[in-house]
Design a protein around this ligand. Structure first.
Ligand SMILES: [Cu+2]
Length: 185
């Protein structure tokens, strides 16, 4: 009986198990708490959406289209470096690699929203639909924030001047945050 369990058989069983697992969780998921929209000041009609997409399949999947309920014009953007200047550029798709992820975040790839119907205030929600090249779509409601709620996305240079001291507990609520500002500087 033992002779039947050869290395080849074990490999075959392992592959079978692996394929079963990947079928069960096939496709794209949005990483928990990774999605947010940047709040806009009055008068601004442009904003960006950030989120982390996880691909649990063994095939690359491209995000090809995004729609939102607050605008009729949405583009996929990336940042490119031109002689030290970061510039935004429209791209036709964002690839989520097989068994990997794509992080859309400030200063990286992002979803750009134009022609906002009204300013986006922190605390509101935006509904968006993601379309992928495998034919699947995904609808989700994501929160509006003034700054990234995702740890690791904290501003490190010029943005940081707006809130003194990166050592501050960033999870404090907004009124606490305002009291920390030094109006005289
Ligand atoms: Cu952009």
């Amino acid at each position: 009986m033992n002779k039947l369990i050869t290395p080849a058989l074990i490999t075959a069983i392992s592959l079978l198990l692996l394929s079963t697992v990947s079928t069960a969780t096939d496709g794209i998921m949005v990483a928990e708490d990774s999605a947010w929209v940047r709040a806009t000041p009055p008068g601004s009609k442009t904003t960006a959406i950030y989120l982390t997409l996880m691909n649990n399949s063994n095939t690359d999947i491209d995000l090809t289209k995004v729609s939102v309920d607050v605008s009729d014009r949405v583009e996929l953007h990336t940042h490119t470096n031109h002689d030290g200047m970061m510039k935004m550029q429209e791209i036709s798709s964002i690839t989520v690699p097989a068994d990997g992820q794509a992080s859309l975040k400030p200063h990286g790839d992002h979803i750009m929203v134009f022609n906002l119907q009204e300013p986006l205030k922190a605390g509101k929600e935006v509904s968006l639909e993601l379309t992928f090249n495998d034919g699947n779509t995904m609808t989700l409601a994501i929160p509006v924030h003034k700054e990234s709620p995702v740890s690791g996305d904290k501003p490190t240079n010029h943005d940081g001047m707006q809130h003194h001291g990166e050592h501050m507990d960033m999870k404090k609520n907004e009124s606490d945050d305002l009291h920390q500002h030094d109006p005289a500087s």
